[in-house]
Write a protein that binds this ligand. Structure first.
Ligand SMILES: Nc1ncnc2c1ncn2[C@@H]1O[C@H](COP(=O)(O)OP(=O)(O)OP(=O)(O)O)[C@@H](O)[C@H]1O
Ligand SMILES: [Mg+2]
Length: 237
């Protein structure tokens, strides 16, 4: 299911994502942050899912231009979430084989674009460490208000550490019940070691038994009697 459909059909999920989206936008405004990388200590902590949903929720505001970039060359997932494939990927841009503009991919929302890695075989660590990345991001900064990046976990590979100097802010993602305190501490240390600006922490998989969800469920039931909130078809380019 595409992120827009998820936001339309899962009211509790949409509520949490919109709370996050509002805070992230506000923080970006206050701290003049334009490029935000989302990473985690370990694999499988919900980064790609969250980037896809957050980028979509941010782009539901028609006055915002949002770019979602998949920096996970090893297991790219944004293509799956958005049902898009890259003709020219970020790898080709970094290798100087195509222009940054030619790698932009349209989505169902007119103000949300994607950049996908596409290339197989190149060493992602080397590609992402290249000086071209800074220049490429500089180009995209001119066209978008906010650039969200889905990056690999910090623990298993060095790819994300290499990118940290080029982004304005980092959000750490953890999965409740999965990430341990020492693992999260280590991830924080890696970010701070690279002088990264940690904007916050997102905790996924919180239990719906939390008291605030009881009220959310009330509103969700109320909402289910109303027509769809987001009409994806209206937003087709
Ligand atoms: N907030 C959440 N609560 C519960 N499950 C979630 C949440 N977000 C994602 N998931 C599930 O967790 C699994 C991993 O999600 P996802 O691929 O987004 O993680 P990831 O951090 O990007 O993984 P990787 O490190 O491999 O790139 C998926 O099955 C996804 O459906
Ligand atoms: Mg992922």
């Amino acid at each position: 299911m595409k992120p827009l459909e998820k936001l339309n059909t899962d009211w509790l999920l949409a509520t949490e994502i919109h709370k996050l989206e509002a805070r992230l936008w506000r923080k970006a405004e206050l701290e003049k942050v334009q490029t935000i990388l989302i990473t985690s200590a370990n694999r499988g902590e919900g980064k790609s899912t969250t980037v896809a949903l957050l980028a979509t929720a941010l782009a539901l505001h028609p006055d915002r231009r949002i770019l979602a970039v998949d920096l996970d060359f090893r297991e790219p997932q944004l293509s799956v979430h958005f049902g898009r494939v890259a003709v020219h990927g970020l790898g080709a841009v970094l290798l100087g084989e195509c222009s940054p503009e030619s790698a932009l991919i349209k989505t169902d929302l007119p103000n949300l674009d994607l950049i996908l890695p596409a290339e197989q075989g190149e060493d992602p660590g080397l590609l992402l460490r290249s000086r071209e990345l800074a220049a490429t991001l500089e180009f995209y900064r001119k066209g978008y208000d906010l650039i969200l990046m889905d990056a690999p976990a910090l623990g298993p590979v060095a790819d994300t550490s290499a990118v940290l100097p080029f982004v304005d802010g980092v959000v750490l993602m953890t999965m409740a019940g999965k990430t341990t305190k020492p693992q999260l501490k280590r991830a924080r240390e890696i970010c701070l070691g690279m002088e990264a600006n940690i904007l916050g922490l997102i905790v996924g998989n919180m239990q719906e038994s939390e008291s605030e969800y009881a009220d959310a469920e009330y509103y969700a039931n109320y909402r289910r009697t109303k027509p769809g909130r987001y009409d994806g078809n209206k937003s087709q380019p």
